[in-house]
Design a protein around this ligand. Structure first.
Ligand SMILES: *Cc1c(COP(=O)(O)O)cnc(C)c1O
Length: 437
């Protein structure tokens, strides 16, 4: 008996799932374990060992963080505040629940940090739950400007029953259109303004946006999911100090920790409401196992004094310059390409983001397509987004980044077949791993 996983999915997805389903073995524990092990081994080789990962929404944890990761702890629900747990006998785990948020507060210079959300999506939903009622309006970045699914009606705000409107956006400034913002907020009267994009080359003008939001009676949420590693290191920008009321982020992207979400604020009333929304509102077992590597990662960022963040942004500029020399249309050229670890290419003339991404994947270079602020409504994503947070951890230096840019040029600009390029990419990874020891 073969059940179709998702008969409502696209033809492309259904084809792929049908092909995978046809290769599954018997449903015995041994066969299933074998199937899973083969898949994980092949994945680890293709992606972790041989891949050049420029996908901005991922990272690799440090070996110290990995060393304290014990999945079994996550199988022990430890619910409620230390001292009044629903369960008994778990008091040693209380350390994790005090250590992780207190390190996070130090790192962010915030009074309160809620670390129990399983993801930034859930952290955002907790903020919507705490600060808005069904039927309220929130104003968010348009998708073509990097507004995330968890800001849009199809995602978490829809679950909360919120009305979602797009903020006016200035594609030239790569930020919210400040001239339009005041009148827009007066008209729409949102409860919450959400900024912080999935592609962010330059800081938002948080102070100016906060001033206008507050004047219109709205609170400002800055979603630093992608920027968290920089923000936590005191780089890029300090959203709370600049005027945002709430900060959320993913802990597994530039932050470099385990998957999870954080909500930080200086406002005790907001903190209390968010806390109740996270637990018991949106989680039961919030997975204490995550908190150990999260705490170690936070301590590493604290001790590192911004060095990793600086390497990531320097690498992004090196990569952007090299890609421009190859002949790519690099976004933000007039302003030095980027002030973060992100780089964006406009590949509309090369078949669009999706086609370029697939061609690079065949060459062992992994990243994602993304919308760009100047694309027309309904136009498929015309951009490629690159992030340097993983390659920096893997030991890529300036020369390796230039070689990577050249491989991308070979594949996308000079018509090289991806297969042979993949061999060169794997060789480059081996060389760098060997050098890093
Ligand atoms: C990636 C991302 C998220 C979602 O993060 P998860 O932890 O995977 O839920 C939320 N907001 C923004 C801006 C993101 O880029």
């Amino acid at each position: 008996m073969t059940l179709e996983t998702a008969p409502w999915a696209s033809p492309t997805a259904r084809d792929r799932m049908a092909r995978v389903a046809s290769q599954l073995g018997a449903p015995t524990p041994e066969a299933v374990a074998g199937t899973v092990q083969r898949a994980l081994r092949a994945h680890a080789r293709q992606y972790d060992t041989e891949g050049i990962v420029l996908y901005a929404g991922t990272n690799v944890m440090s070996s110290a963080a990995r060393a304290v990761t014990d999945p079994q702890v996550g199988e022990r629900p430890s619910m409620g505040w230390p001292g009044e747990k629903y369960q008994s006998g778990l008091d040693h785990l209380d350390v994790l629940e005090v250590l992780a948020p207190s390190l996070m507060c130090r790192l962010l210079g915030a009074r309160f940090a809620e670390v129990r959300s399983h993801s930034a999506t859930m952290a955002n939903l907790a903020v919507y739950t705490a600060l808005a009622e069904p039927g309220d309006t929130i104003a968010v970045l348009p998708e073509r400007a990097g507004g995330h699914t968890s800001h849009h009606a199809v995602g978490a705000p829809g679950v909360r029953g919120l009305r979602v409107v797009d903020l006016p956006y200035d594609a030239g400034a790569l930020d919210v259109d400040l001239a339009e913002l005041g009148p827009f907020l007066e008209r729409e009267r949102p409860r919450l303004v959400v900024i912080g994009a999935s592609l962010l080359l330059f800081p938002h003008d948080v102070a100016a946006i906060a001033e206008r939001a507050h004047a219109a009676g709205a609170l400002l949420l800055y979603d630093a999911s992608h920027m968290a590693g920089l923000v936590a290191a005191g780089r890029f920008q300090r959203p709370l100090a600049e005027g945002a009321d709430v900060l959320t982020f993913s802990t597994y992207k530039s932050f470099g920790g385990p998957p999870g979400g954080v909500v930080a604020t200086d406002d005790p009333a907001i903190a209390e409401r968010v806390s109740a929304a996270v637990f018991p509102g949106l989680t039961a077992n919030y997975d204490a196992a995550r908190l150990a590597p999260l705490a170690v990662t936070a301590a590493e960022i604290l001790a590192d004094d911004g060095a990793y963040a600086d390497r990531c942004t320097a690498a992004a500029r090196t990569l952007a310059e090299a890609l421009e020399r190859e002949g790519f249309a690099v976004a933000g050229a007039a302003r030095g390409y980027t002030a973060s670890h992100h780089v964006a290419l406009d590949v509309a003339g090369l078949g669009g983001g999706r086609a370029a991404m697939d061609r690079l994947a065949a060459a062992g270079i992994y990243l994602s397509a993304i919308g760009l602020p100047w694309q027309a409504p309904g136009e498929p994503d015309r951009g490629l987004r690159l992030g340097t947070q993983e390659v920096v951890r893997r030991g890529f230096g300036a020369d390796d980044l230039r070689r990577t840019a050249a491989l991308m040029g070979d594949v996308l600009l000079r018509g090289a077949a991806p297969g042979p390029i993949r061999k060169t990419a794997v060789h480059l990874r081996r060389e760098i791993a060997h050098r890093a020891g």
